[in-house]
Structures are given as structure tokens and as C-alpha cells.
Design a protein around this ligand. Sequence first.
Ligand code: C2O
Ligand code: CU
Ligand code: CU
Length: 471
Amino acid sequence: GSASLLTSAGVLSSCMSGMNHGDAVVPQVNTGLFINPLKIPKTVSGNTSLVTQNTSEALLSASKVNVLGYGEGILGPTIRVKKGDNVNINLLNKLSDHSNIHWHGLKIPADMDGHPDQMVMSNESFNYKFSVNQQAGLNWYHPHVHKSTAVQVTQGLAGLFIVESDEEKSLALPSGEFEVPLIIQDKRIASDGTIKYSPTMMEIMSGYLGENILVNGTHKPFLDVSTRFYRFRILNGSSARIYNLSLSNSAEFYVIGSDGGILPQPEKVKNVILGSGERLDILVDFSTMKVGEVVSLKSETFFTMGNAQGNQPFDILAFNIKRQENNTFKLPSTLIPVPKLPSTSIKRVFTLKMDMMSSDGMHKINGKVFKSGRIDETVTLGSTEIWEFDNSTGDEAHPMHIHGVMFQVVARMGGRNVILPHEKGWKDTVLVAPGEKVQVAMTFEISGKFVFHCHNLEHEDDGMMLNFEVK
Ligand code: C2O
Ligand code: CU
Ligand code: CU
């Protein structure tokens, strides 16, 4: 039953001092042949119902094991709406524990946002109703249950939410079978074949890493492709794992969008480091490759994130170049302009710190852990602010996420020291590496109570989350 799936992070209170999370052993990703056809979640409209439930899915072998999902099988359907649409989604929670849905990336009223104080109890339902008035982009949905977000997401509760617009349509980007969603997640799988979520205290510090990389719930997936451009809509839906995405033949690809929509122009890159919660919209040109070739989407080694998790390269998804096709798509030189935000003198600084000796949670923002009902920051409706995430003395990476807004990255100081190609558009989650201070700017357009937090789900469940109120 689901009850046994839901462990609490309360184990932290018994944390001993004197341990160094750098000592944590990083599990190696399992290797093997990519023999399973990539599963594609089904697409539904914004008028639908979702059921959080115990269901089953074939993961490592052909026999099905128990997982969580929003319908039949792991994950949920891809919800696809057009800018301006009204959404009406009924959630029925059939878990024995409470759950809810947070619409990650959607700028919607606070009472629909899935704040950790807005729970849907076991066997109850809630009607999420809102209209979508934001730019086209790849958003996603998942539970936001304080201290149980990680276990519920890891067991299978997550899905994509795509917003389309006429402006985006006019770019004539690859669509239909040539637009492929990729939810990348790592899972630890027990000997009985089920997803195991039971982080040790060490793993709560450094992040819980699974040995098996799944894409759309498919282990060792492949995709047959033609010699043409494809559009991949990528979500890092992992709890803690950071990927350095690249192609195994070192080919360049084009970033055309990130969390909150399309970039002003395509950015040609060889790799992108993507933290948990971040999204990426890319175009890959397979016309430069030959029929019969196999090229993989992989994670390349990297050394900028602290800990040791970037120490191993591994393949994620194999592309079998199967069919010759005349490539008719021409990459536009400009995409969708990103407006400049008004300048502002309002700045808040948030120091990201690990406190080993703390009994209420080790991962803190400005020395605090999450407390339900306590408003940590008050923001004036309509104002533009700069928030600085200061990880300059930290030694862990934190993908920082703010609800209720889309922001622009305006500076990164220390560490990688630049605004990266995929950060040149609207974002809601930004990876702050050890040694870095990252500044984001945003205008607060929606009133109400929201949270901001680290999207490393172990850190979030450990309390690395604060409340803010816009009024
Ligand atoms: Cu995707 Cu508050 O989270
Ligand atoms: Cu969110
Ligand atoms: Cu963190």
C-alpha cells in the first residue's frame, strides 16, 4: 500500500554532528543495452481529471511493479493547452496519505498553486480551476507535500504541462511525432523491482541519487529518428541529480527555450547542465548524421557542482538514425523576444547554508527552515525585485525555484561566472552552484501566499523552503 511508501524526513532530528557530506558514496549508474522503445505519455486537454493512485508499470523487466501515477501507469498525462485557455482539472487522491498538485511554472492564483498548506486528504478531491495567460512553454505538475514531496515524486507522481501560443506556432517548429517530451529521472530500484525511496541521512545531505536513469518511465530507452530536425521538450524531474546533457558524437544542438518559454534566439551549444526542476527546449539536427548510426543523449562528466555526482558519464537515451528524409525545416535566426524588466532598487539576499548541528533541518535559507503559516518575506504587488541566492560559502548545488512568477537571470558571480545560454529567457528555477551568487529579477503580478525553495527534493523536504506573500 502507499502508506509504506511515505517515509518522513524526520530522521534528520537524530542527525549526528561531525559528518562530512563530501564523504558520501555516489552510486554508479547502471550500464546496459538500450533496448526499450521510449514511452510517450498520452496528451490530454486542460479539461480532465487526474487520480493520484497506486498503479503498476514495467520498469527494469517486463513484469509490472507497483508505482504511483496520476492514472494508469507511472507519471501522468501531458496536459496541453493554449494561452488563454481555461483549465478545469479535478484531482481525486486515492493514496492513503494526503497529496496535492503544484503547477510548476504556471502563473496562476495562489489558491490554485498547490502550496504545501493546501492539501487534498486521502479519498478527497479538489477542483483546480484557472486560466492560462502566459507565454508558450514547458511546465510540469507534481505533489507539494512538505516532507513527502520527494517520495511521492520519486514513486511516480509527475507530469508535463505544455502551453502553446499563436506566436510560437508562427515559428513552425517541429511538431507531432517530431516534438518529443523527455522526463529524465533517476531511480533506485530494489531487488523486488519496485522504486525504493529510503534516503540515508548522508543522502539527505548530498541528495538521493538513483542508479537507474528512466526517460518517461522507460529504462534504457531508444527512439528511432529520421535525418531531420527534432524538437525535444526536456524536464529534469529527478529528486537531486544534475545532468550535463550532451550528444555522444559531440554534435552541437540548439537551445530554443527553457523553463518559461522560448528564447529570443537559438543558442548553439555542446552541453547544458540541468538541475532538478529545470526544463529545456532543444532542437537536434539529425540530418548531419547517417542512417544506421546510433547517437545518444548522455550526461557528460562535470566538476562544478560540489559532491561527486558529476564524476561519471552515462547514456540516457539512444537515437537510432533509421530513415532518410529530406530536411525541410529551417532554423529561424530569431525566435520570441524576451522583454526587459523595469529596473529596480529593491534587492533581497538569501544565503544558502548547511547547518550540520541543527535539529530542525540542516538546509537553510537565511538561517531558517520552512514553517507553515510563518510569512518570511512580504512583497508589494506589481513591484519588480532582484533576489540574490548566495551560495558563495556553500559546497552543494541548489536549484532555486520561486512560485507565482517567471524570472530572468540577471547575474551570476563566482563559480561559473556567466549567464548560461539556456538562462537567456524566462525561468522559474536556477541552478546555484557552490561558490556562486545568482541574481534573478521578476515582477510580482499575482497576490497571495507562495513558497520559494531548493528543488533538490531532499533539501526541500529537509526544510529549505520559505513563504512569501505578495500584497
Ligand atoms: Cu516544482 Cu515548489 O516546485
Ligand atoms: Cu513551482
Ligand atoms: Cu539544495
